[in-house]
Structures are given as C-alpha cells and as structure tokens.
Design a protein around this ligand. Sequence first.
Ligand SMILES: [Zn+2]
Length: 381
Amino acid sequence: MAGRAASKILSGARVVLPTGTVENGRVIVEGGRIAGAAPADAPSLDLSGHWIVPGFVDMHVHGGGGASFTSGTAEDVLRGVQTHREHGTTTIAASTVTGEMDVLARQAALLSELVQQGDLAGIHFEGPFISPCRKGAHSEDLLRDPDPAEVRKLVDAAHGTAKMVTLATELPGGIDSVRLLAEHGVIAAIGHTDATYEQTVEAIDAGASVATHLYNAMPALGHRTPGPIAALLEDERITVELINDGTHLHPAALELAYHRAGAARVAFITDAMDAAGFGDGMYDLGPLAVEVKDGVARLVEGGSIAGSTLTLDTAFKRAVTVDRLPVEDVVRSISANPARLLGVYDRVGSLEPGKDADLVVLDAGFTLKGVMRKGAWVIEP
Ligand SMILES: [Zn+2]
C-alpha cells in the first residue's frame, strides 16, 4: 500500500515542526516520505483550520481492538496495531505482561517477526522481574527476581528487537540486570517497584533511563520518604512515562511531573490493554481476568487498575485542552521523545524531509480527523 504512494501536498494547516508551528504551512508527501519540494503537478489537499502533527509513538501498550500483544497470534497483534493506527499511533512498541518465561520467549519470537516486517518498532517486556509489593495487574505466582541470566534469556528471545525491560531494580540481581540491559542497548525501565529514593538513585547511576508509568505501581511521594518518584523526576537521565487518561493520574499530579521533568523528559503512553478502541466487557490480561466498565479496566480479583483503554489521540487532546500544555510540548512528549528512546527518530517522530510521512490531522478542537502512515491514509480527512 505505502512505499510508492503518489505525491500529494497538504496545505493551509498549522504544521508543528521541531522548530515550532508554521501557520498556513504545507507538507509535501512523495514516495511514502516527507519531501522538501513538490512536483508541479502534485495534487493539493486544503486543510485550512486544521493542525498537522507528527504521527504518535507509543512505547508502552499491551493491545487494542480486542487483541492482546502478550497472548495474541500475529493476526491478532496486527489487529491491535491497526486499531491504534486509526487513533494516530503510527509507531508502536508492543508490551507484554508477566507470563511463564517460555510463553514470553515464544511470544517474543512472534513479535520480533512483526518488528522485522515493519509493523512494530520493538518489544517492551513488563514483568516478570517486578516487585510482588507493587504487582498491579501482574500474576504474583509468576513473578521472579531479575537474575541477569534470566533477563538475558528474554532479551535474546527477541532476536535484537527488545527495546525496553521494566524491572524492580531493588530486587536481588536488579542492579546487575540494569547494567546488562544498558550494555546491550536495551532500556532498563524502573517500574512496579518498591524501591527507596536511595535505591532508585543507585539504579539510575547503573544505567536505568525510563520510569514506567510514573506514580503508578510505586511508593507514593512522601515528604520524609520521597521514594522513587522524586529520584526519577529530578534526574536528567530519566524520561518519565505518563498515562494521561484522567484515571491513572490526577491532573495536579500530571502537572507536577510535567513541569518538574519538562517536555523533553516526558513520554505519553497509553499502557492500553485489549479493550482500547473496542469497548466495555470481560477480557484477559495475560493469565488474569479483567472487567472493563465505563472505559476503566480493573482486575476481577482485587480491583487493581489493569492497564488503560486509552488511545493517544485522546491523550493528546486531553493534554492540550484539559492540562493546558502547549501543543509543541505535547508533540515532543507524544512523538519525538518516544521515537528517540526506541531508536527510530531518524525515520519517525517529527515532520522533516526524508522521514516517513507519518502524520495526524486534527481539527481546531484537537479531535482526530486524519492519519497518514508512510504516505498512505489510514484515516482520510
Ligand atoms: Zn503496562
């Protein structure tokens, strides 16, 4: 479909570039990429009154469209990917949840093929190396300490496509595992952790560089026990993931984190599960049963929040209209930063000549109207 798509000019919109917003700008698309100049006969589409922003990049998402990235077949995974594309996410790293090691390794092999064929940008393993005290929606009996040899096994099963591993770095083997991951160019993400402030600093010094859904599944910020949150927010080496769905974070907590870290150190994620873009009902999250009611996913047993049903178009709109963040900052946090972390910023994550023509068209109220991926419309405006 994409590849040799015909050239087209999108004109009249407010276009968000890395250098700022251009009024009445235009984006030239040729051969699936953004071009610097247009052939004389290229057709033009008038998008006056709209915004054009880079396609969104989600580095933490477990499924969508009724499909799970942890247990689905290749066909299921692609259905989930397509659902998120229809909501503006043109680049996706697939996240798994805790499972048996051999099951995860098998799924990693399946997902790695989808990375090779260009449908995914990598794999994120969330669990099993996490704290039973902060397990969230992960099966307690399958959790294990981050023994570097075990961590290595999982990374190897992904055949070079593992991009991130979330782990509780305070557990036995945690710091050595962080070093191992850093040496292999895989992001060590601190999360589902019961670490103290000091233990978190130690993990960052060892090479950890991402905070998995900050605030969630970690000790709360206390004035005498600042815990991981203060350590993760203050350190320039850390990018913090935020789930901006209005359920996982109070707007004041989001504001505190966003302003402390700054736009350059935030990545908006969905942490979405199968129900995203699909609807309420009963689902499985790995081996656990989840009920989704009014768009909020909770474990049937215990009632823990079990991922979200968020899509990034909703997160974008909320960031601008509810949180009142500048559009350019939101673009950094939802496209450029996660693209850099996934190692694909040379191809996606900003609107620049030579990059893939991955973009989202929003109306003046920031509702999604169009999505283009590699020069082909996923949703035609
Ligand atoms: Zn997750």
